[in-house]
Ligand binder design. Sequence first.
Ligand code: ADP
Ligand code: ZN
Ligand code: MG
Length: 522
Amino acid sequence: MKTLEEVLQDWEAVIGLEIHAELTTLQTKMFCGCKLEFGAEPNTHTCPVCLGLPGALPVPNKAAIESIVLAGLATNCDIERHSMFYRKNYMYPDMSKNFQTTQGPIAFCMRGHLELDVDGPGAKERVDLDGLNPGESRDNVTRTEDGYTTRVGITRIHMEEDAGKMVHIGGGEGRIAGATHSLVDYNRAGTPLIELVTEPELRTPEEARLFMQKLRQIYLAIGISDCSMEEGSLRCDGNVSLRRRGETKFGTKTELKNMNSFKNLHDGLAYEICRQAQVLEEGGTIYQETRHWDPSSKRTIVMRVKETADDYRLCPEPDMAPFDLSDEFVDNVRKRLPELPDQKAKRYEADFGLSAYDARHLVEHRVTSAFFEAGMEAAGDAKLAKPLANLVINDITARMNADESFDLETSALTPARAIELVKLTASDAISSKQAKEVFAAVIDEDKDPAAIVEERGMKQVSDTGAIEAVVDAVIAANPDEAARYREGETKLIGFFVGQCMKQMRGQGNPKMINQVLAKKLG
Ligand code: ADP
Ligand code: ZN
Ligand code: MG
């Protein structure tokens, strides 16, 4: 099979996402008073409404509607003042009502969008930006210095309810194939769920991944869901089709179900794009079907061919009056909008003089932006913003990614200690290499950076005399290398710096060593 980069030279990928979020921060279900609780004893949070017993009448959860309106406002949607619920009819044991209550053609939130900033290696997936200079735009894309920005339309965000959970017994790994029987837990049935549907305007797996990541940041900022992809409170289906570059008509799409991590979403789409290209290039046909991405075997498998909307017999819900949201209701929700990640990043650029790249990466996690802000408060010096941002974006984020048990909020590395460490490096008291060692020691030993520096006898030698003496000795001890350097083999500078560092047991100021070496060798 060709690689993604090869395929995208000839084919344009068209991707649209459907993203479900459970409103986990609410107290009760969507249409009844049952408690929302993950991991409770099975079937302990049920009632006639969420089980669909005869005569039970639904009452919509006002807090859930406030949450979806908040989500709509945070994603630039129009809030529809008039909308209603529908029944989506189907029979499956996880839905004992035999229909799901959902919304029809008009949802609470319509016509929104998000801006994505794409940079780094992932920006290379977009192979059609040749000839576009920074600042120039084509369609919904604007070229930037280190990548591009793109605006992705949101078709709608609608309100619906989750189904119960099936547990299959006797088959392998809880799968239905080979199972002798199945159990069903209705605790999750009726959980308020919002589904966001994007326009088919994403063009690469990286854009899809970034969209999902950005949406998660926004939902976390507005506090409507814990957005746990592992526990399934944030789930994503990816729709993807291919068309020849230059073609305007869409191809037939397949849908990848339930990608439960950003990496799976990216890799599943990338695989599916390559698979479709192969089928099409061999003269085959893509069927509209639902596929499952299996990360361990790295391929997608057919789950079912697509049912059409008609199969569900969508009809207006007779037990609930249509909604009329007042301007006052919407305005009150608007007042609850917190500072969103994009706004926060803009503030960091303005207040601390950070680059757009740094600012964006700081706000990627709520904990890292809170840590940065607390650090800057402790620092009281805007000049420390850049080195602190580097510490957060590089060292802290790497630690968070590498070590799942690392919790920044309770870690021994407090914002005050981080600033202390940043000051030690900024004042050349320790080298940046030593700073890495101190960083790890603060976390592992729960001590102040200064105490660790003292204890380990770390200091950076920035005394010109001492450095010159070492440089002279090293040059004298390596006459051959010195001659070669002087004949133009300037990459030997690395060798000399290494030798000097070794002599100084890693404590020499590398910047000064470089300068002195260049002077003495030149
Ligand atoms: P369906 O009726 O199959 O559910 P929808 O029109 O509701 O399809 O769209 C579902 C999702 O698929 C949306 O995110 C939409 O942007 C995306 N989509 C629609 N058509 C295509 C296509 N040809 N290729 C890729 N994605 C598509
Ligand atoms: Zn209930
Ligand atoms: Mg659809």
